[in-house]
Ligand binder design. Structure first.
Ligand code: PLP
Length: 473
């Protein structure tokens, strides 16, 4: 850090402040975690100075021998970890991984003269006119995925994301009564829509999915079955989701982030059956620029860590903790969607439980040292900005070593805060007398009490205790 400090005190101090923030606030964001110091350090190395467009053994640059070794090692470990036929470890993020997968599916499945040319040679073989036709043909194909409000992701065909421009996007939802996926209903819809891609996976759905059954549904109409396991990859690697619930076994292509439950560096991966391997490997330069070799090095470290028996224990604990948190939230009177969870996350309807919206709940909790995010709930009347829900996840607190007892304390602190939060009443203008959607009232003594309980908890489970804390002063 001294070197950083010499060049920019602002950046150095901000890094230290971020460390202090993560050490003194309770991280319940379901998509975040704390990767190991080995992973953190493998990130910061001189691979960042190296260009390596192409893939292992097939580069557009000279001097890539060491990058080849790192990329091959990360790919081999990813295949071992997930029992996958092929792995592509270059994507810089989950969104990139999805884009690589979409293009690989188009290359592998859609037969137009232009795409055949692209599949057979390289992107460079296409003239501008060819590309125009490729783009036009993409829009003839249908992508079907879980809708955003039911817990799907923006990159699954949302109209404001490029995936929504590439394809004719269709979505399926959860059942309005149970809040769960109804696979028979999805099968009916798939038979009508006949998508090129049936996509499963989510950012905010608390139940496990029978991927074997979804593959059957896809096969019935000849669709490619894709799973975006960005959120729950750690539960797959840690053998919590096995058999019919193992996405890699059943999907033609599975994508993931590496930084959520998988506890690696920020990045993405694509895993696929051999039939898609050559098309997935075209991801660079078809979608990506030069791969982040330093991040591939950190991915290799994280995959090795995830292959250890301790990681299986971690994955099982993540779910045990989420279930303990859900149970206590329920018994404290908070409405937990679907009545519980099978994975690392749960959703609470704060509009129903406390008469506030998700944004007010998120801000009130953050003021007391709890970091989590507001989330839409299915068919949310408050829309995606204010929302009616909160999403809570246990990957990070489990990494710190917390267990079910600590989850009970966390649920009690959340109840204390939300039970004392009320919307402020507007005092000016036309809306005078109405409830504010932004401001809220929360007594200072409650804030202090909750904050202290959070600090007591975190004091027993410090982040990176081996780091020299002198820099925090
Ligand atoms: N897919 C899913 C299901 C996600 O939840 C996310 C991120 O939250 C992504 C993809 C995108 O990942 P990234 O932010 O790394 O692009």
């Amino acid at each position: 850090l001294d070197h950083v400090q010499t060049v920019s005190p602002t950046v150095a101090q901000t890094i230290v402040r971020e460390y202090r923030d993560q050490r003194t606030n309770l991280k319940l964001i379901a998509s975040e975690n704390f990767c190991s110091l080995a992973t953190q350090l493998a990130h910061g190395n001189l691979f960042t100075d190296k260009y390596a467009e192409g893939y292992t053994g097939h580069r557009f640059y000279a001097g890539c021998d060491n990058v080849d070794t790192v990329e091959a090692e990360a790919s081999r470990l990813a295949c071992e970890l997930f029992d996958a036929e092929h792995a592509f470890v270059q994507p810089h993020s989950g969104a990139d991984a999805n884009m690589v997968a979409f293009l690989a599916i188009l290359l592998g499945k859609v037969q137009t003269p232009e795409l055949e040319k692209l599949g057979a040679k390289s992107a460079m073989a296409l003239s501008e006119e060819d590309w125009r036709r490729v783009r036009a043909s993409m829009q003839d194909h249908r992508l079907m995925a879980l809708d955003l409000y039911s817990g799907g992701h923006l990159t699954h065909g949302y109209r404001l994301n490029v995936s929504g421009f590439l394809f004719e996007a269709h979505s399926y939802s959860v059942d309005p009564q149970s809040g769960e996926l109804n696979l028979d209903e999805i099968a009916k819809q798939v038979r009508e829509v006949k998508p090129l891609i049936l996509l499963a996976g989510y950012s905010a759905y608390p139940r496990k999915i029978n991927f074997a059954k979804m593959r059957e549904i896809a096969d019935e109409v000849g669709a490619v079955f894709m799973v975006d396991m960005a959120h729950f990859a750690g539960l797959v690697a840690g053998k919590v989701f096995t058999g019919d619930y193992d996405p890699v076994a059943w999907a033609h292509i599975a994508t993931s982030t590496t930084h959520k439950t998988l506890r690696g560096p920020r990045g993405g991966i694509v895993l696929c059956k051999n039939e898609f391997a050559e098309f997935v490997d075209k991801g660079c330069p078809l979608v990506l620029g030069g791969p982040l070799s330093h991040v591939m090095a950190a991915k290799a470290i994280a995959f090795r860590e995830a292959l250890k028996p301790e990681f299986r224990e971690y994955a099982a604990n993540v779910v045990t903790n989420a279930q303990a948190l859900a149970e206590t939230c329920q018994s404290e009177g908070m409405p937990v969607l679907t009545g519980g969870t099978d994975n690392h996350l749960l959703l609470i309807d704060v509009a129903k439980g406390f008469g506030i919206n998700g944004r007010q709940a998120e801000t009130a909790l953050r003021s007391c040292g709890i970091t989590l995010n507001r989330n839409t709930i299915p068919f949310d009347p408050n829309g995606p900005w204010y929302t009616s829900g909160l999403r809570l996840g246990t990957p990070a607190t489990t990494t710190l070593g917390m267990g079910p007892e600590e989850m009970k304390e966390i649920a009690a602190i959340i109840k204390l805060v939300l039970g004392n939060t009320t919307p402020a009443i507007k005092t000016k203008g036309k809306a005078k007398g109405e409830k504010s959607q932004v401001k809220f009232v929360l007594a200072e003594d409650v804030v202090q009490q909750a904050r202290q309980r959070v600090l007591d908890l975190l004091g027993r489970f410090p982040l990176y205790p081996e780091l020299d804390l002198g820099m925090l002063s």
